[in-house]
Design a protein around this ligand. Structure first.
Ligand code: FES
Ligand code: FES
Length: 161
């Protein structure tokens, strides 16, 4: 059924423009998962407390469950699906595997997007500060030591970060 309250919305996600007819109350997370079909971004708490829904907007981290899709026209949205290039993992993905930065994996897309954003934002480099910069991303499996080790490894690969 057509809802006359729907808006036409243009969202640029991972370099591709998507035209959506969308209820203005739809969150960015639901637009990504349910309208565009990018289910790599996870819904955990749906209220801004876990970070499972982290994506990058113009390179900065946001919780996509806490914000409306209509606010993101004219922006570049990046999700976990954009990181690997074919069979070649992004260095952060490879480092998470190498350092056991996950167990069940549910939080992992959000953790990885947050880690990529964190390095671009210039978070200070010691372990305590990295934990603070990642404090919005909760891992119920407590894979935190591996996550910090992965971030430190990628930082050392990219000394300008
Ligand atoms: Fe968005 Fe938990 S699902 S912060
Ligand atoms: Fe299971 Fe983080 S790996 S919640």
């Amino acid at each position: 059924m057509v809802n006359s309250d729907n808006l036409n919305l243009l969202l640029k996600v991972n370099g591709t423009q998507h035209t959506l007819q969308i209820d203005p109350r739809v969150t960015l997370l639901d637009a990504l998962r349910e309208k565009i079909g990018l289910t790599g971004t996870k819904k955990g708490c749906d209220r801004g407390q876990c970070g499972a829904c982290t994506v990058l907007v113009d390179g900065r981290r946001i919780n996509s469950c806490l914000t409306l899709a209509v606010m993101y026209q004219e922006t570049e949205i990046t999700t976990i699906e954009e990181l690997a290039k074919g069979d070649e993992l992004h260095p952060m993905q490879a480092a998470f595997i190498k350092h056991d930065g996950f167990q069940c994996g549910y939080c992992t897309p959000g953790q990885i997007m947050s880690a990529v954003g964190l390095l671009a934002e210039g978070c200070p480099s010691d372990d305590a500060e990295i934990k603070e910069c990642m404090s919005g991303n909760i891992c119920r499996c407590s894979a935190y030591p591996g996550i910090v080790a992965a971030i430190q490894e990628v930082r050392q690969m990219q000394p300008n970060l």
